[in-house]
Write a protein that binds this ligand. Structure first.
Ligand code: SF4
Ligand code: FES
Length: 256
């Protein structure tokens, strides 16, 4: 198949970017979107041009490194594929002759570093602000010493599938990170091991979101609609419940 790509090219964080057209011919429909970008880069390199910078690692939908906006939708969307990662989207989802727009995540808290690569270290700092548990080191405890109800374990597991890709932020008109943070808070807050820091976790992670420049959640739902792991909006309600509980009880004072 033949396609025309309109790719965001930006030399570095300070330069102004623009869309640049590239024509690709005889693309195998079974290639992944990233493999198609690899072909583009081989052509550019052979022609002595700068290849397009983009992130990827596992290419199996598990690491969260990849992510570009394809035709206006974070990670893109095919005729049969919804809520995917960019690496799991295949060219058979497009038609011969298609013109495909490829852009980086667009969010204040994710500044463009180069071309399609954005700085997502804001997510790391949100995790550092509370996305952990305190556990004694040493020999692993006996597996049955801390019983966990199945419903709680299932919820924690579902939340833990968030791969930190940032598509939720890119899709949100407010550039909000609430779905990402809610997934982490739901994961840890659903388990007994996550209870000691439950309140400080909600306070710390939400404060860090604000400090990084992410917007507020106004229940639009675009985040969940593009999330490759199907993290549901209800988890944001759990975050808000933990936050309200924390604000109500810090130092024994009602602050909320
Ligand atoms: S909530 Fe979904 S879209 Fe957001 S970072 Fe996690 S996996 Fe990616
Ligand atoms: S490259 Fe790892 S999720 Fe896409």
């Amino acid at each position: 198949m033949n396609v025309t790509l309109r790719v965001w090219r930006q030399k570095d964080a300070r330069s102004k970017g623009k869309m640049v057209d590239y024509k690709l011919q005889d693309i195998d429909e079974h290639m992944s979107f990233l493999e198609m970008l690899d072909v583009l880069n081989e052509q550019l390199t052979e022609n002595g041009e700068e290849p397009v910078a983009f992130d990827s690692d596992c290419r199996e939908g598990i690491c969260g490194m990849c992510g570009v906006v394809i035709n206006g939708i974070p990670h893109g969307r095919g005729q049969t594929t919804y809520q995917t990662t960019t690496c799991q989207l295949h060219m058979r989802e497009f038609k011969d002759g298609d013109v495909i727009d490829v852009e980086p995540w667009r969010a204040t808290a994710f500044p463009v570093i180069k071309d399609l690569v954005v700085d997502r270290t804001a997510f790391d700092r949100i995790i550092q602000a509370g996305g952990y548990i305190s556990a004694p080191t040493g020999t692993a405890p006996e597996a049955h010493s801390t019983p966990v109800p199945k419903a709680d374990a299932d919820r924690a597991f579902d939340a833990a599938t968030c791969i930190g890709c940032g598509a939720c932020v890119a899709a949100c008109p407010n550039g909000s990170a609430m779905l990402f943070t809610a997934a982490k808070i739901t994961h840890l807050g659903s388990l007994p091991q996550g209870q000691p820091e439950r309140r400080s976790r909600a306070l710390g992670m939400v404060a860090q979101q604000d400090a990084e420049g992410f917007g507020n959640c106004t229940n639009i739902g675009e985040c969940s609609a593009v999330c490759p792991k199907g993290i549901p909006l209800q988890f944001i309600s759990r975050l808000n419940r933990d936050l309200w509980g924390a604000l109500s009880t810090v130092d024994g004072k009602h602050l909320g």
